[in-house]
Ligand binder design. Structure first.
Ligand SMILES: [Zn+2]
Length: 218
């Protein structure tokens, strides 16, 4: 669905493909083809509180640029493509009712972009899955309890120190999947799951649009 916001974003971005920068309207066919070749996979990280996790595609090339454009440059026209990948990651966890809990964006990031990127993708993924008969909702049950440094540019140890105890959650009934646009070290997802478990959530997994491959995982 193209909204006036997409149109405005295209005007701002000069109507280029957010995946490769070629002139045109929205995602070009080559980038669409590249995304269609991605398939969801299991994500493992050997860190405390990291749950059973899946991702819709590998965080590289087209997908990496799309995630960045959506998050930082207001490329809302790729919401559908990213949501489709997230839907694939959610489906890998099996059927049955599930609540998607987006990792919280910092207020500063939402102000900068004008929207909450992860929540937007989660809501669209849920809409598409409901269309396919899956019982899925979205609940912003996790929030920050203190101001965070920007995670980008921090190494794993520094991310941990930045994130530990940074989130708090409300209780959510039933099965929960923490969702995010990308899983790199896994620290964000792990912290969100820690907060949810502390709030009494029994079954907490994670599904992300994309994830980096660990060295040697090819
Ligand atoms: Zn393209």
């Amino acid at each position: 669905m193209t909204t006036w916001l997409d149109v405005a974003a295209d005007l701002v971005l000069g109507a280029t493909c957010p995946g490769c920068g070629h002139p045109g309207w929205g995602l070009c066919s080559a980038c669409r083809g590249a995304l269609a070749r991605d398939s969801p996979f299991e994500v493992t990280r050997r860190i405390e509180n990291f749950p059973a996790a899946t991702a819709g595609g590998v965080y590289e090339r087209v997908l990496r640029r799309l995630v960045a454009a959506h998050k930082e440059r207001g490329a809302r026209q790729s919401t559908g493509a990213l949501a489709e990948l997230l839907a694939g990651a959610v489906a890998l966890h099996g059927d049955g009712p599930v609540t998607l809990v987006p990792v919280p964006s910092t207020p500063a990031a939402v102000r900068r972009r004008g929207y909450d990127s992860v929540h937007l993708i989660a809501a669209e993924a849920a809409r598409r899955l409901r269309h396919r008969g899956v019982d899925v909702g979205v609940d912003r049950a996790v929030r920050h309890v203190r101001r965070l440094e920007d995670q980008a540019g921090l190494d794993t140890a520094a991310r941990w120190a930045n994130l530990r105890g940074a989130m708090v959650a409300r209780h959510v009934r039933g099965r929960v999947l923490v969702v995010d646009d990308v899983c790199t070290t896994g620290a964000t997802v792990a912290e969100a799951c820690r907060a949810l478990r502390e709030a009494g959530v029994g079954e907490c997994g994670a599904a992300t649009v994309s994830a980096t491959l660990l060295r040697g995982h090819r």
